[in-house]
Write a protein that binds this ligand. Structure first.
Ligand code: EPU
Length: 419
């Protein structure tokens, strides 16, 4: 089991370039299944979830190369339309292959990934969307079999909640149908826009991605496409938190302002200044001690992202005053709280609310990561803590953060990995 050992209480200095977005690359990799020609994806992050997705593509019959952030998916016979349980369990988001397999092969079989570190993650909205497109669904002891009855048919689908994965899955399933499908109350995240742009390059006509109503006019044959993945806004905000808690000045490159607009007021409230010196490059200036913030309420995009709730909470553990968090997206996303407490944080939770009373100092301890963003939160807290922190279970971090340890070391952090 790999561990990170961090000697904290040091300022960071320098600049960092932001990797490609995890939550863009995964559905785009699933979308490459639609095409029988080569697809080239640039700015592909070197993270564990990409490696798992490569395993899925290879299992299904595609071959891939991945070097220097360039992923090439080569044509090959699609041999299968199922994803085995061990791959589904490695990565919940493999559920997005359902839509692509339905489009490509007319059937798909996956196992339900089961309970997870963020609480229950049902897929009822995905399945209801598929049914409306003419897909027959058979659920049996944790297995889900989808088959297209005659053909995928266009539909008007109203989502009860703007679910990211459901919007992607419906886009991927509807894109092989030449009739129009409309998704209302669709998710609006930049990663949805990235997927739509990629599908359009392959020959689809998708309008409205990034807005609440998306129309999809699909096609029968998909062209080869090349595409550059958008920057990862969650990673960018994670580094902002690392800078803020350590009172540092950092340059962060390659992140458009509109990707992080929802968090800029919060950083300003803490006393930080985020200055964009051009379209995609910023500098953050942080005070010696942060101020607390009133209420952080996670919301679907363009609201405050749930994926940075844990890193931002870690950042505010040493702020002056009390900050309140309300997690509205996931039922159980406070598993990092107990681990932050081992470092000296003072946080109380009740249901979806967490109250953080800022302490003057954190101090190093042994902690264990419980999920991807919770792991990032522990790194942030450890960077500020006095003494040495040992974080175990860092496999979680590697699912979504490319070379975080090297990046932080290049910024002056004292950090190393051990077995
Ligand atoms: N939900 C249902 N039924 C469904 C689908 C979703 O009840 O059929 C619920 C979920 O249980 C959750 C809420 O709706 O409570 C939001 O789920 P959503 O479908 O929007 O999330 P997701 O597609 O499973 C993606 C990201 C998550 C991110 C969420 C919310 C990917 C691969 N994952 O998950 O990213 O937190 O959107 O923005 O895109 C992460 O990167 O750390 C991460 C967890």
């Amino acid at each position: 089991m790999q561990k990170l050992i961090i000697e904290g209480s040091r300022e960071l200095r320098g600049e960092i370039r932001i990797q490609g977005a995890k939550n863009s690359i995964l559905p785009i990799m699933a979308a490459t299944l639609l095409c029988d020609e080569e697809c080239i994806i640039y700015n592909c992050p070197d993270i564990l979830d990409v490696k798992t997705t490569i395993e899925i593509l290879q299992y299904l019959g595609r071959s891939t190369t991945f070097e220097d952030s360039v992923l090439t998916v080569k044509p090959g016979n699609l041999k299968k339309s199922d994803i085995p349980e061990f791959l589904m369990r490695k990565m919940r988001s493999s559920i997005v292959f359902l839509g692509a397999l339905i489009s490509k092969t007319g059937k798909a079989e996956v196992t339900l990934p089961g309970g997870c570190e963020l609480g229950p993650r049902p897929i009822d909205m995905h399945l209801s969307g598929f049914k409306q497109l003419g897909v027959r669904i058979n659920e049996n002891h944790g297995k889900i079999e989808c088959s297209v009855i005659k053909r995928i048919k266009g539909a008007e689908i109203m989502l009860p909640f703007p679910s990211v994965g459901t919007t992607e899955n419906i886009m991927l399933a509807a894109v092989s149908c030449e009739e129009v499908t409309t998704i209302r109350n669709a998710a609006r995240e930049p990663e949805i826009v990235d997927l739509a742009n990629f599908l359009n390059k392959m020959g689809a006509s998708i309008d409205g991605a990034g807005e609440s109503t998306i129309t999809i006019k699909g096609c029968k044959k998909f062209n080869s496409a090349s595409h550059k993945i958008i920057p990862d806004r969650i990673v960018a905000i994670t580094y902002l938190c690392a800078a803020a808690i350590t009172g540092s000045r950092l340059v962060i490159k390659g992140i458009p302002k509109n990707f992080i607009n929802s968090v800029i007021p919060l950083f300003e409230e803490t006393g930080c200044l985020i200055k964009f010196f051009d379209e995609k490059n910023l500098q953050i200036y942080s005070p010696e001690r942060l101020q607390s913030v009133k209420t952080v309420r996670t919301m679907p995009y363009p609201g405050f992202p749930t994926d940075v709730q844990a890193p931002v909470m870690a950042m505010l553990t040493t702020a002056f005053g009390t900050s309140v968090f309300v997690e509205t997206i996931f039922g159980s996303r406070y598993k990092h709280v107990d681990e932050l407490a081992r470092l000296g944080a003072n946080i109380k939770t009740e249901g979806s609310v967490a109250i953080v009373d800022g302490v003057k100092n954190l101090s190093g301890a042994n902690v264990s990561a419980t999920d991807l963003r919770g792991a990032a939160a522990l790194v942030i807290a450890a960077l500020a803590a006095e003494g040495v922190t040992i974080i175990s279970n860092i496999g979680y971090l590697k699912r979504g953060y490319e070379k975080m340890e090297d990046n932080l070391r290049s910024l002056g952090a004292v950090i190393k990995q051990s077995m």
